[in-house]
Design a protein around this ligand. Sequence first.
Ligand code: ADQ
Length: 739
Amino acid sequence: MTDSRLLIVANRLPVTIRVNGPSVETVPSSGGIASGLGPFHRRSRGVWFGWPGDTGTTPEQRIQVDAHLGAEGFVPVHLSPAQIDGYYHGFANAVLWPLFHYSVDRMPVDPAGWSHYREVNEAFAEQVAHEYRPGDTVWVHDYHLMLLPDMLRQRLPQARIGFFLHIPFPASEVFRVLPWRREILQGLLGADLIGFHTFGYLRHFMTSLLHIDGVEPDVDRVRVGERDVTVGAFPMGIDARGFAALADDPRVRARIDALRHEAGGRRIVLGVDRLDYTKGIPRRLEAFARLFEREPALRDQIRYIQVAVPSRGEVASYQHYRSEVDETVGRMNGAFGTVQSLPIHYVHHSVTQEDLVALYGAADVMLVTPLRDGMNLVAKEFVASRTGEDGVLVLSEFAGASTELQGAITVNPYDVHAVADSIQRGLSMTADEQRARMRMLRRSVCGHDVFAWADGFLGRLHALRPHVPRGVLPPSRTLPAVLAEARQSRIRLLLDYDGTLVPIARAPELAAPDGELVRLLHQLASEPGMDVDIVSGRSRGQLERWFGHVPVALWAEHGFWRRSVGCLRWEPAMPLDSAWMVRVKPILDQFAESTPGTHVEMKTASMAWHYRSAARDFGMRQAHELRLLLGDLLSNQPLEVLEGKKVIEVRMRGVGKGLVAQRIHAETDPGVALVAIGDDRTDEELFRALPAEAITVRVGCSADGARFRIDDHRSVRRLLLSILERDPLKQRFRQAQPA
Ligand code: ADQ
């Protein structure tokens, strides 16, 4: 590991502030991330950014609080009550949390929550960027901050940024329900490394990228513009040695004895959860009901202790859930209690670490049966605390931990009969089997603790090649500023069409220019000191129909054909040779026939197979096949295979936007500013062939081979319009304002 600082960014600081008059103190807070990462943070020299909680302080006290936290390596991100309500209770916990745990029906649609979510992510980005020093590593955590990686990437293009998701990433069919699915994916892709607890979640994420964003991932990485984003599975561990040491502490041993004594010879079954609907407490209770119904003798032989730490009480669905659990416990104790005892001992508050470990140590059977859980650290804490190598863990197959913890009895938590069977099986397991299983479990939990987890993630992050943006301008020079300067001299605009001036349409014929665009191009081309070239992969006929009457130069078929302004004839870049087409066409035709939703487009100097409307995975697989086949077949020919957006094109070698750029550069006065805007790989060719001082702008997720990035065709139109508006004489063109 390098000696750079580690900046941990999570929703909460791992401590809670207590202000008592003039004195300020911090106490550790509960929750997976805090308990899991806390020890690592203490061991490192890191800085931790997070919300300190509602400190309720006066401005003077706040200065004191900040100083106190700063001394402990914490940077508080103070949030207003409205922000906490919208971002935390609203969007993170009432929208993202249920959806990512497959509770689609619990998800209300609350756009106000979204705007606060974005705002708070921005606030974090500001604070981190302010604190950041070159060489630092930033590690962002969890679903509260999924927009942050990209917001940081915009501010700190060269920073090393990691992101870890602590909850499941749901199947793409569930994720796509989220109205802001694209923004979330784009936010995450700002990171260099995205970590999940399991390969299953990783696969879901990759499938979502493909199905929702059309991004085609490799096995463990995604190309985003000019950057590679790596993804990996890093199952989180716990401070296993700390738990084991506590379990062997004489005070804790005494507590264990006391708990067993209090149980009066009854077997102890334990559940420890945050009071959250994903943890499956009502079904677990129902499983006990089934067990007590079919084995009445057990009613007096079991003491089921359920510890439920209060959680997110401000969110409505949690309030209902709490009442549901309360009622079920009451009903069951009423139904199955005996004169001697009540079978369920329900504790609705947080317990101290010592008491928690004592409970883990006293339990005969530990029940961890969430309906969905990213990992579940309670299961691992139980195992780490069983230094005597006894005890039984019953574990839900829907907890991330179940992919690792082979020695547990795994169970489907929705099947209450199966859970009842597992409890019974656990209670009657022989000491030998318990030991054999517990040894396996302990090897896994103790062999891969939270330090190994953090080292593994950070080691991988540091091993990645640092990202060096190609931009040559210092970040302070923004695109509008550079354009304004260029406007002092002549400008030649090189504009791609599809994806740049209009959105990519499902079918090429649906992407005709609207009146507003035609007007805008007219105005730009009529501007003194401005020339416009449209450089497109489209055919001559198509471009002529759309722009034949506009005073712009047209380049069709990626520049094979050129029609200058005021000229009616098209000039080819080289003599036309179409003999090769006879051999290639049948291959493309065959792929079009065997892949529903695809078609072949014949141009004069090239031919293309379009697969935008094919089923995504199938289209991609076929495209891969076709590329291999053509690569093989055409390796000795003066032809090249070009991959565009959902299209594979075969054309004569040497013809392309690179050639266009060379020709334009050669014929343009050195004093003229060249401004090129495009969205795909063919435009990259053009950017590369232009001189370094050209103003190159890539449309989409990243700058990718260009000096600047711009969001989409709407932003392009606004940008073009701003060139017109900057000239006071041209106010009359205002009516061309795009939507
Ligand atoms: P959580 O949903 O909070 O974490 P979990 O992994 O079980 O779930 O962690 C809970 C933590 O709180 C444990 O460390 C436990 O000791 C503590 N705790 C629980 N009940 C308690 C009680 N009554 N009193 C005191 N402490 C209590 C999220 C994801 C998980 C993922 C973690 C870490 O939902 O799936 O494992 O992050 O990535």
